[in-house]
Design a protein around this ligand. Sequence first.
Ligand code: R5P
Length: 283
Amino acid sequence: MAELLLAFPNAQDLLPRAQPIDFKLFPDGESYVRIPTDVAGKDVLLAERCWPEQDACLIRLFLAVCQLRAMGARRIRCLVPYLPYARQDKRFLEGEAVSAQTICRLLRLMGCDELITFDCHFLKKEGTFTFAGLRIHNISLARPLLALLKPKASRPLIVSPDVGAAYMVEGEKEKGVMKKVRGGYGRGRRAYRRIARMEARIDVRGRDVILIDDMISTGSTMVKAVRALRRAGARRVLCAASHGLFLSGSLRRLRVAGAADVVVSDSIPSPASRLRLREVWSP
Ligand code: R5P
């Protein structure tokens, strides 16, 4: 049976043939969601970008999935290119909410049969997994991202900035993994653990390096990695990541640090989004 395609307005480009979800805001800012068609007995693929305003986007997703289930959809798959809250998949301090688990559990409870996403931070490899009861199909963008940058580099060395992204350089002939040394938590209300330093224990002298990671958020990891590689003698450093959040002006800061190029996917559209998800994945 052909899948019925539905998309929130912010993800219509990912599934161009999808029917749009009827989405509005109530005067107080709460979300109104309506499924515009009969879904009884059908297999449904629903797309939404959960960025920006991750919390509001997730609520809309829960509302839509819950309603699809109530209307009798047979199978519900959700396409969420960047999965928010994926970085708190463990309890580091006593009493911390493990938000990755809660989000996945809620999606499953609402009726989602499978989540399709890209380079999900806590999975750290490609494949199909079950996490907090939710089936997740995780697709890596490493190959298509590297294919965009390799022609721009001479005999490049492919490097991940930490062990978490080491799977993204697997299969490369010339590769390396840097070491990320974390510092303490910052003061105030910002939940962020600083990066004390990045160590490049790889011989990069005179080499073109392509750095690849799952995401660029505040940019601290990439900026510090670019600087460390340049100090270690790399000729040029080009950066790739699946998701470019580019907080705190990090796209600009990367260029200032000496990145010769920066490329990300359009999971989060930005001026660096040169990899179109539509071109690498279709239902
Ligand atoms: C961390 O383990 C991730 O793979 C990324 O390196 C990290 O989330 C990037 O965050 P930021 O840009 O804030 O350093």
